[in-house]
Design a protein. Structure first.
Length: 245
């Protein structure tokens, strides 16, 4: 039997929890439950919001009684015990790691980790990062699985303005700022790929359960891809792989 807690969250939401820690296995159960409930297409569910270890389900209790929703959640969780076998959908994201303009904190990351810039880039591009959840800003993906070798503390004083597309490290996580905003993560590069584009039919590039694989590009290549993004002719490569055993 799947270990799941179903907790009321006010009068029109429930939280389905699968554990107390952050792990790929637990997060896969969260995203699998979301997909299973989407397939059921239950009238009354208005939105589902996945996080690291739980799924928040917003619903209309006059349309969908709590008891019926609870039963559907438990049935769906049991039906998806093989979620760990799902294929990985990997987005290949180009990043320019060079120059003070795009990577202002690369020197401090190198100093803190005692690694060269080449080593930091090699480690950062050598991992498939799982999208655990989206939040903070539209399209901001919390990426897990980064090597502890390049984990660095956040800035003591956050910046008031960070450029869109900034690739940062905060603690043992990495991510991309989709919009210009304040932020305290250390910036090591820039991607020309827009993680949020409000004019598109699907404005958010990623969803929970996806994976991101970064690869290095030059400043000239960044400019070319940025122009392609502006005119709508660039699409990141997406591949699928079987999960590691």
């Amino acid at each position: 039997m799947t270990n799941i807690k179903i907790l009321p969250a006010g009068d029109s939401a429930v939280c389905a929890e699968f554990g107390r820690e952050i792990s790929p296995e637990i997060n896969r159960k969260v995203t699998a439950l979301k997909k299973a409930l989407e397939k059921k297409n239950l009238p009354g569910i208005s939105e589902m919001i996945p996080s690291y270890r739980s799924l928040l389900i917003l619903y209309h209790p006059l349309i969908l009684p709590f008891e019926k929703l609870e039963k559907a959640i438990r049935e769906s969780a049991e039906e998806n015990t093989g979620a760990e076998k799902e294929k990985k959908r990997i987005f290949h994201i180009p990043v320019c790691y060079s120059g003070r303009e795009y990577a202002p904190d690369m020197p401090s990351v190198c100093d803190y980790t005692s690694l060269s810039e080449k080593e930091v880039i090699g480690i950062h591009t050598g991992t498939d990062y799982r999208v655990y959840m989206l939040g903070f800003l539209p399209g901001f993906a919390y990426l897990g699985g980064m090597s502890e070798k390049i984990a660095v503390p956040r800035l003591e004083t956050p910046r008031k303005k960070i450029f869109a597309g900034a690739v940062g490290i905060g603690g043992n996580q990495t991510g991309v700022y989709p919009l210009e905003s304040p932020g305290g993560w250390r910036l090591i590069g820039k991607t020309p790929v827009r993680f949020y584009a409000k004019e598109k039919k699907e404005p958010v590039l990623l969803r929970a359960g996806d994976y991101v694989r970064f690869f290095e590009i030059s400043e000239a290549e960044l400019q070319v891809i940025a122009r392609q993004e502006e005119n709508g002719t660039y699409t990141p490569e997406i591949t699928e792989e079987a999960p590691a055993k």
